[in-house]
Design a protein around this ligand. Structure first.
Ligand code: PBE
Length: 270
């Protein structure tokens, strides 16, 4: 019919990220559940590789289908992108980022527990740190320290009623994505202001959940729920305490540039 066949043009391939990510698991589910994705593949390498392929495609106005999410700076850098509708809800709806504590943290260190429990912020806060690090090339850890200095009122609310840490050591497990590096390093800087000694350990998603469940680390701020990390959450859920959302309004899905004239995952062709 003369219309561009995007599916053939992208070689029936979704450009994904690290194989261990929740969004990669969801994308493998999408390939199984959507009949029109029969014969499609997901290319999994790294977030950096995906972002560079996206940059090239947009520069050349070529079609591309990526795994995308918020909070992230991709939509600030490339505002003309859209999530494809997902009628089968494989990618869920609104996600929250939850804090999980190891069993026993509340008894062993009630002040650290309370601080972590009181930590919460907004998509815009997290994205501010992510954009700044991306634009300036500065490390997220340094940008996070600055954010804590510039937002003392927010930090004070997380510390309300919490006694000084007196050098107590706390270990947080984070994933290696900028979103979680931002939250973990903000909480690290905020807790260190309050007298705690905080280590952030970056590991694969599966290991984040396992290490909180085994008690190897004290807590994580990096659980994407209810869908993205459901597999890891369910496998460990009797062995950690879910402290609830520290951020609301997150999202994952398949994302394409606006110049692609399709709206739904079902518009892709086998
Ligand atoms: N993400 C960003 C991760 C969590 C943080 C959506 C790429 C994932 O597990 O899919």
């Amino acid at each position: 019919d003369g219309e561009t066949n995007y599916s053939e043009a992208v070689d029936y391939t979704i450009i994904g990220i690290e194989p261990g990510a929740g969004i990669s698991v969801a994308t493998e589910n999408a390939l199984e559940e959507y009949e029109n994705l029969d014969g499609w593949d997901v290319e999994m390498s790294s977030t950096g590789a995906m972002m560079s392929e996206l940059g090239t495609a947009i520069e050349n106005e070529e079609p591309i289908v990526i795994t995308g999410w918020n909070p992230h700076w991709m939509f600030a850098l490339y505002p003309d992108m859209k999530y494809l509708e997902d009628p089968q809800e494989i990618y869920g709806g609104e996600e929250t980022l939850n804090s999980l504590a190891r069993l026993g943290l509340e008894d062993d260190n009630p002040d650290a527990y309370q601080f972590i429990d009181q930590f919460e912020w907004e998509v815009e806060d997290m994205e501010e740190i992510m954009y700044e690090a991306e634009e300036t090339g500065e490390d997220i850890e340094d940008v996070a320290v600055q954010w804590v200095e510039d937002n003392q009122d927010r930090v004070d609310a997380w510390a309300e009623g919490v006694n000084e840490g007196n050098g107590a050591e706390i270990e947080l497990a984070s994933t290696p994505w900028d979103s979680e590096r931002a939250s973990s390093n903000v909480v690290k800087a905020a807790m260190e202001q309050h007298g705690f000694e905080v280590t952030v350990t970056e590991v694969d998603v599966a290991v984040v959940f396992e290490s909180v469940a085994s008690g190897d680390v004290d807590a994580t701020l990096a659980a994407w729920l209810p869908l993205t990390h459901s597999e890891f959450y369910e496998a460990n859920q009797d062995n950690f305490e879910d402290l609830g959302p520290n951020l609301e309004g997150a999202k994952i899905g398949l994302v394409v540039p606006e110049y692609m004239d399709i709206d739904s995952i079902e518009d892709l062709e086998a």
